[in-house]
Design a protein around this ligand. Structure first.
Ligand code: FE
Length: 196
């Protein structure tokens, strides 16, 4: 049996199983296509970290990113158009006086192209319901203790709008390369549940 024939037999089996799952309502129509789109988009927190590192070293890019993230992403070889339709991305930057945190109160909307698949805590009912009411308390549970004077802004993602946080650049990192800076940025930092 040639490899090609083998894989076409497997494809036929996969299509049968997919049809059965859809027929029994276990899989909604198009879900597999969406997952494949997400996978093909190459989503990973390393992408978001790369965007942050560029924003840290290039104030002009940071300004363009905050003004219109969709237009600025191609400068670092990224885009939000990996899925079925381009999602609106808003990037918000932490400062000495303001800290941003992202949630989707309705479900689990998330910028997969820049952060990869969302972590389970992001999808949890506890996080989604509590971070809006008590962001400071939730952040404390993540180990993020903010000065009382720091304003906390909570951004609620939706099907149309996704958000990403630019953490503050840590002190003492002036000598680091852009790649090394990207290595400091965590997925939690991009959501706002960690400082970096
Ligand atoms: Fe959602």
């Amino acid at each position: 049996m040639s490899g090609d024939h083998g894989s076409s037999v497997i494809s036929a089996h996969v299509r049968e199983v997919e049809a059965l799952l859809e027929e029994r309502g276990l899989l909604d129509d198009g879900e597999i296509d969406r997952r494949i789109d997400e996978f093909a988009a190459g989503g990973s927190p390393a992408n978001g970290a790369r965007v942050v590192a560029r924003a840290w070293v290039d104030p002009g890019f940071a300004e363009r990113l905050l003004a219109d993230a969709n237009a600025a992403l191609p400068e670092v070889g990224l885009s939000m158009s990996g899925g079925l339709q381009e999602q609106r991305l808003k990037v918000v930057a932490n400062s000495a006086t303001e800290h941003h945190v992202v949630v989707c109160t309705l479900c689990s909307c998330y910028p997969i192209a820049l952060l990869g698949p969302s972590p389970s805590w992001y999808k949890s009912e506890a996080y989604r319901s509590r971070v809006v009411r008590d962001p400071r308390g939730v952040l404390r549970e993540f180990g993020v203790e903010l000065p009382a004077a720091t304003r906390i802004s909570v951004w609620d993602a939706s099907a149309e709008s996704r958000y990403m946080v630019v953490p503050r650049r840590p002190e003492g990192t002036e000598a680091l390369s852009e790649d090394a800076l990207a290595g400091l940025v965590s997925r939690k930092g991009l959501i706002g549940t960690a400082l970096v």
